[in-house]
Design a binder for this molecule. Structure first.
Ligand SMILES: Nc1ncnc2c1ncn2[C@@H]1O[C@H](COP(=O)(O)OP(=O)(O)OP(=O)(O)O)[C@@H](O)[C@H]1O
Length: 485
């Protein structure tokens, strides 16, 4: 590669700056042009970038060598060239949206300046100084892509947020607890007493008794009422997924974690976190929960950064949690942390006197939901309802009412087709010599037989039992209930 290249001695004398060594050393490409627009000076960096050797260009009008086309391939007329225009008007120009073409036909994005050169006040020519900005362009492109990803993620987050707000609004609609029996009055008293404290509450009771309703009332009456109530059903997730649901995860924390996600603990910050079916937590998740309760801090899955939260915790279970402790399935230390203020929700069979009030409350809700105008239940129908044992509790009553209302032609519900659960007198007998699990198993099998082993759908066993189909399936697994062949 040549050093300083000259067309002839005269140009060299007139044009070249004093220190040729410096010009040879700079990493920018340098082209010098005389007043006719012919190349008189080309430094080694320019040769290297374009592949054109100085001796091939010197003395020539070189626009057609390195600047013949725009980046889209269209012809670039010399009259439009900023370098040649500087020769005409002496005005300096700075360009960064063009390409220079290499001798091998490829091109590279270029940033260049064209500046007039003067000696003793007389213009001698123009110097163009250029550099390859491929890397800068690539970086810009990656930044643009990253920005697009951030925008997409932020949209996704705001969508998630909207979804949670809606879920919240939906759940905070009607939270009235119906009933005026002694057990319900005691329950309401307890809720009023503890709601305005920061104490952790453990709500226990059979399925469908209203544990979630109690949790919503505890939040509604607390100082945190204007902050979110975030609910998690611990039975609805596998233990790995539950961890990420509770604590959130970083992008790539596990297969499928394509983006960073906040957990329910973070979403509940300054509000209330309601952990339903808390007995279903794995031992690993229990230790993590214990730490959050003790220190009010945790890490997202896949992150070492500690996040501090301020939450009030309410948990619920239909299990005898102390028994789970004895069986080694639940940590004793966690049990005592959760059981600061226990609330037991009574089963419906222990407060049958609440049924008329409950029925009227539920019919009002269902009239809205179904667009019906049911006004009352016949005397006979009410008697039937009050003699039932309601193993599925208020949720079962709700489902029975909904079914009856869908089928009803007039404004009065008769319940003539109502299949009764074991009469109340029988319930006590059955319970006296069988374990809870045995009774549960038998009852599920009976209902499954009644529904021809159909689990989901409006007439399915899950609906009759007042359970989500997934919960029923997991109970069937646990109690080893399979359909006979
Ligand atoms: N006292 C009550 N007054 C009015 N509605 C009630 C009452 N108790 C329960 N319900 C209604 O019964 C349904 C079941 O209640 P909820 O979901 O709170 O029960 P749960 O004990 O949390 O059930 P699970 O253990 O299956 O999660 C809900 O629609 C709830 O609004």
């Amino acid at each position: 590669m040549s050093a300083i290249n000259l067309k002839d001695k005269t140009h060299h004398d007139n044009f070249l700056p004093e220190n040729q060594l410096i010009l040879n050393a700079v990493s920018e490409g340098i082209y010098g042009f005389d007043l006719e627009g012919n190349a008189v000076f080309i430094n080694p960096a320019a040769e290297k970038m374009t592949g054109w050797q100085a001796h091939e260009l010197l003395g020539k009008n070189i626009h057609d060598c390195h600047h013949h086309s725009h980046s889209d391939g269209s012809h670039y007329h010399k009259d439009d060239c900023p370098i040649y225009n500087t020769l005409i008007d002496g005005i300096a120009r700075e360009i960064s949206h063009e390409v220079f073409w290499r001798k091998d036909g490829s091109s590279f994005p270029v940033h260049y300046t064209s500046t007039a050169v003067y000696k003793d006040g007389v213009m001698m020519g123009v110097v163009a100084i250029f550099r390859d900005i491929s890397i800068q362009k690539q970086t810009e492109q990656s930044l643009r892509q990253a920005l697009e990803q951030v925008q997409a993620l932020s949209e996704k987050l705001s969508f998630e947020n909207q979804y949670l707000q809606l879920e919240l609004a939906d759940r905070t609609g009607d939270v009235e607890i119906s009933g005026s029996s002694t057990p319900i009055n005691q329950l309401i008293q307890q809720i009023k007493l503890v709601s305005n404290t920061e104490s952790t509450v453990l709500i226990s009771g059979e399925n469908g008794t209203g544990k979630e309703l109690v949790a919503r009332n505890l939040h509604r009456l607390s100082n945190r009422a204007d902050k979110p109530l975030i609910s998690v059903n611990c039975a609805a997730f596998s233990s790995a997924l539950l961890e990420s649901e509770l604590f959130g995860h970083e992008k790539g924390a596990y297969t499928g974690a394509t983006s960073r996600r906040k957990g329910r603990f973070e979403l509940a910050h300054q509000g209330t976190l309601f952990l339903d079916e808390v007995a279903e937590l794995s031992l690993e998740a229990q230790s993590k929960l214990l730490r959050v309760i003790q220190e009010q801090e945790f890490e997202r899955v896949g992150s070492s950064q500690t996040i501090k939260v301020d939450i009030r915790l309410i948990t619920a279970t239909h299990h005898d949690l102390l028994k789970r402790v004895e069986q080694g399935l639940f940590r004793m230390d966690l049990y005592y942390r959760l059981n600061v203020f226990p609330i037991v929700v009574p089963p419906l069979r222990q407060r049958l006197s609440d049924i008329p009030e409950l029925v009227s409350h539920l019919i009002q809700d269902l009239n809205r939901k179904l667009g019906k105008k049911i006004s009352q239940v016949s005397q006979k129908g009410m008697q039937k309802l009050m003699q039932n044992s309601w193993p599925g509790n208020v949720r079962e009553l709700q489902n029975v009412l909904e079914r009856e209302m869908i089928l009803a032609h007039g404004p009065i519900l008769e319940f003539s087709q109502l299949a009764m659960s074991a009469p109340l007198e029988e319930v006590d007998k059955v319970v006296s010599n069988q374990t809870l699990q045995q009774v549960e198993r038998l009852h599920i099998i009976n209902i499954l037989k009644q529904t021809q082993w159909r689990i989901s759908g409006s007439g399915g066993a899950a609906a009759v039992l007042g359970l989500p189909p997934s919960t029923l399936r997991s109970r069937m697994n646990k109690l080893a209930i399979t359909r006979p062949i």
